[in-house]
Design a protein around this ligand. Structure first.
Ligand code: HEC
Length: 224
């Protein structure tokens, strides 16, 4: 018994020591353009999903989650805050998404993790708390209340396979960028609200122009 204990302790100390030496040596490439070793990626993914599942387990999905009003309200916020990373119908890619690691899933095609059908409690938890060191923000920190986050989760359910015309219609019918949820559409985000209303009115929603035109600035090969 003692031998097993000593063996286990030696392994732990040796493992921690090796990990410290590798980290201190600077050998780990932290660049977002160098993928993890597939085993490391799988381990991180496993840990992430276990952590989210544990924390989302007690969440109660609101009784009116299926109310189309939630989808309508969620559309405006999704269009204002999420498309640069998660795209919209007929948007092929964005500059920021190409450079992020892990790459944000395309929520219209969900090509990255097709095995995960949309789980609204999981989506709510992720949107509210974000995911460490991934680029996915904790939107609650930016002032979104729970109701507005459930609205987004409801809209995200609608996204897979949504036609561009239907997407545009939902965004046009929404309240634009509003954080207040069910009873309170304006909550001190006035500057955002008005600018996003202007954006929604001026730009073809979901088109590359909604991100920005590639002709507007040179990308090294043309000029600079
Ligand atoms: C700056 C980029 C960025 C923005 C903006 C962003 N996300 Fe994310 N999001 C990510 C990344 C990256 C992941 C994947 C994280 C990972 O794999 O660990 C993610 C994951 C998710 C997931 C889980 C997807 C899945 O099935 O695994 C959902 C749902 C989500 N985001 C919703 C949203 C919503 C809604 C918004 C807008 C309010 C938003 N995100 C804005 C980067 C972003």
């Amino acid at each position: 018994m003692n031998k097993i204990l000593i063996g286990a302790l030696t392994t732990i100390v040796f493992g921690a020591g090796t990990a410290t030496i590798v980290a201190a040596s600077g050998l780990i490439d932290m660049g977002a353009d160098t993928p993890h070793n597939p085993l490391v990626y799988k381990a991180l993914e496993f840990g992430r999903e276990r952590s989210i599942a544990r924390r989302a387990a007690d969440l109660k999905v609101p009784d009116d989650f299926g109310n189309p009003e939630r989808v309508r309200r969620g559309a405006g916020n999704y269009d204002a805050m999420c498309i640069d990373c998660h795209l919209a119908p007929e948007m092929s890619d964005s500059e920021i998404r190409k450079g992020l690691y892990p790459r944000p899933p395309n929520l219209v095609t969900q090509a990255q993790m097709p095995e995960l059908s949309r789980d609204s409690a999981r989506d709510f938890w992720i949107i509210k708390h974000g995911i460490k060191a991934s680029g996915m923000p904790a939107w609650s920190k930016g002032g979104m209340d729970d109701e507005a986050i459930w609205d987004l989760a409801a809209f995200v359910q609608k996204l897979p396979g949504l036609a561009k015309a239907d997407y545009d219609q939902l965004v046009a019918a929404s309240d634009g960028h509003a954080h207040g949820g069910v009873n309170d559409h304006v909550d001190g985000h006035d500057e955002h609200e008005s600018s996003s209303a202007v954006n929604t009115a001026l730009k073809p929603v979901g088109s590359p122009a909604a991100v920005h035109s590639h002709d507007d600035h040179g990308h090294g090969t043309h000029k600079h």
